[in-house]
Design a protein around this ligand. Sequence first.
Ligand SMILES: [Zn+2]
Ligand SMILES: [Zn+2]
Length: 131
Amino acid sequence: MNCPRCQEQLFISHINDCKTSIEIDTCPNCKGIWFDKNELSQIDDIIEPTFIEIRHIPNKDVQMETLHCPSCNNSPRLQKAIHPRDSKVIIDYCPYCHGIWLDKGELEAIQKETWIVTLGKIAKRLVLASR
Ligand SMILES: [Zn+2]
Ligand SMILES: [Zn+2]
């Protein structure tokens, strides 16, 4: 699978919290992260609300560039979704496989133990919005 932003080969890494281990695909060049739907479904039961501080996110022009799904065969365009807690953060998701792409700053903005929670909420919203 290649990075939707810079086409570098993504590599697999893992995120662990007390309950789950989640496999993610990360870009060695831009440090973006791809989550597929199954990865996100593992975190559905984590519901604790958290506060997020956003730093160094890409500017709006970069965030609004059209990206294409790295996971689906025909590379459909990713849809843009506003982060539920900060409208400056624009998240790309695939309407077909429900994968999510996070740019580097978007990930850094969320602390390790809290961004898993946030992603679970985002995933729920995206699934609802896409129906
Ligand atoms: Zn990249
Ligand atoms: Zn897809």
